[in-house]
Design a protein around this ligand. Structure first.
Ligand code: GLY
Ligand code: MN
Ligand code: MN
Length: 437
């Protein structure tokens, strides 16, 4: 399942409609990075570039010039090269760029220095995301410098640079039907993998075994990349928010927190489940888990068009503050505790983020200083948590070494919300029953 070619075309047209006249947009794909010596890190195309082209090869730059008669969409990419293709895999080549990827014209990437300055010369405005690709930033300033040097010959280069990300990232925030389908499929695959982990987990296994099992389960369903490095934290490790060592054994009596999600057609899923290593919650674990679950449900109830971005977070911290107070973990008056954000001792992150091609997806959270309104078609995560590391001052021993997060992927609908990751169980009874089966 992937995004149809017609949609990439529609996106390019939409962006070109927003651009001023006599303008050009330049969008490079991601750079390749060396891991060590002649081994590269796995290549993943830049999300903005892929959003507009669907093209997955490295060494490519897309150029859009609205209303240009000869060609509006030009793709610079690698030429076909049978010898290199024998080593590194097939390339679309210039023919593939026009025939498969529907570019109006295509040029070898090696000709960028020769051809792009001539295109720039014709334009008044350049839409470009400065600071994202240092190599291209550098070449861009060289090209502009060369044009300046030729002013006495009547050449004048662009007058204005405009932040392309501002336009593109707003488009990316609203997910089309096919994007929703692709994201739902990613979340379903990840949810199934989380279920498999619940079934297989037992004391003595290592965190990395669950990480490997997650990747295996996703790959079995065709999702061969992860949207981000999996977090598998047993016991106290769950209190390290970005724990990715995943190197320790899982202990009987501990919880394990798994934050893992696959990528499908360059779209992310991002799911966290926390469950007991031995299949049964202890009483303190049960109390804290139920509190996080209640906070998540309170946050979800705030998701509907017209509510603002921070409403789910406000609802979650209210529930967590009251709950921690009832359990004796926060002392004082609940209203005062809320006012002074006392919960941040145990809940130190926000309740979610936009989700899309990037796990922490693009899109502004505030507009003119105000939290943005939720609108149908947006996708966000809802992920409250409570973290009580070993050694926490003034906290009874029974609570220490417990880290819990529950995270779902949520589509804002006309009526409210739809949980894309709903297949992954999160009720205590459901989890215990599944782990006992
Ligand atoms: N997996 C990263 C996050 O939940 O934000
Ligand atoms: Mn997340
Ligand atoms: Mn996550």
């Amino acid at each position: 399942m992937s995004i149809p070619a017609s949609e990439f075309k529609r996106r390019r047209k939409q962006l070109m409609r927003m651009m001023d006249k006599d303008s050009i947009a330049i969008i490079p794909t991601a750079q390749t990075y060396i891991r060590n010596r002649d081994v590269e890190h796995p290549f993943r195309p830049d999300s903005d570039f892929h959003y507009l082209t669907g093209f997955s090869e490295p060494d490519a730059v897309a150029v859009l010039i609205p209303n240009r008669k000869s060609a509006e969409y030009i793709l610079f990419c690698r030429e076909k090269d049978p010898e290199r293709e024998l080593w590194d895999g097939l390339r679309a080549g210039l023919e593939g760029a026009t025939e498969i990827y529907e570019a109006d014209d295509a040029f070898p990437i090696d000709s960028l220095d020769e051809i792009l300055p001539r295109m720039l010369e014709q334009c008044e405005r350049v839409y470009y995301a400065m600071g994202c690709n240092h190599e291209l930033d550098h070449r861009m300033s060289e090209w502009i410098g060369q044009l300046r040097a030729r002013t006495r010959t009547g050449v004048h280069g662009p007058l204005e640079f405009i932040a392309l990300d501002h336009y593109l990232h707003d488009m990316r925030l609203y997910k089309s039907r096919s994007e929703q389908k692709v994201m739902r499929a990613a979340a379903k695959t990840s949810a199934k993998a989380h279920i498999a982990l619940m079934k297989q987990c037992e004391p003595g296994m290592h965190e990395y075994q669950l990480q490997a099992e997650f990747a295996y389960q996703c790959a079995q369903k065709g999702a061969t990349s992860q949207a981000y490095p999996s977090i598998v934290g047993g016991g106290n490790n769950a209190c390290i928010l970005h724990y990715t060592d995943n190197s320790e054994p899982l202990t009987d009596g501990d919880l394990v927190l798994i934050d893992a999600g696959c990528e499908n057609a360059c779209y992310a899923s991002d799911i966290t489940r926390t469950f007991p290593v031995n299949g049964t919650f202890s009483e303190p674990q049960r109390q804290l888990y139920q509190l996080v679950l209640d906070a998540q449900k309170a946050a979800l109830e705030q998701i509907k068009p017209g509510n603002h971005w921070n409403d789910p977070h406000d609802a979650a911290v209210k529930t967590i503050t009251h709950g921690l107070h009832e359990l004796g973990l926060l002392k004082g008056k609940p209203d005062a505790l809320l006012k002074e954000s006392a919960y941040t001792k145990f809940y130190m992150h926000k309740t979610g983020h936009w989700l899309g091609m990037d796990v922490h997806d693009v899109g502004d959270y505030k507009i003119d200083g105000q939290w943005r309104m939720l609108e149908s078609g947006m996708v966000l995560t809802v992920e409250p948590g409570i973290y009580i590391p070993v050694g926490s001052k003034g906290v009874a021993k029974k609570w220490q070494g417990i880290g819990i997060r529950i995270e779902d992927d949520v589509l804002v609908t006309k009526q409210g919300y739809d949980i894309l990751s709903k297949d992954a169980p999160k009720e205590i009874d459901e989890i215990e029953a599944l782990m006992a089966s």
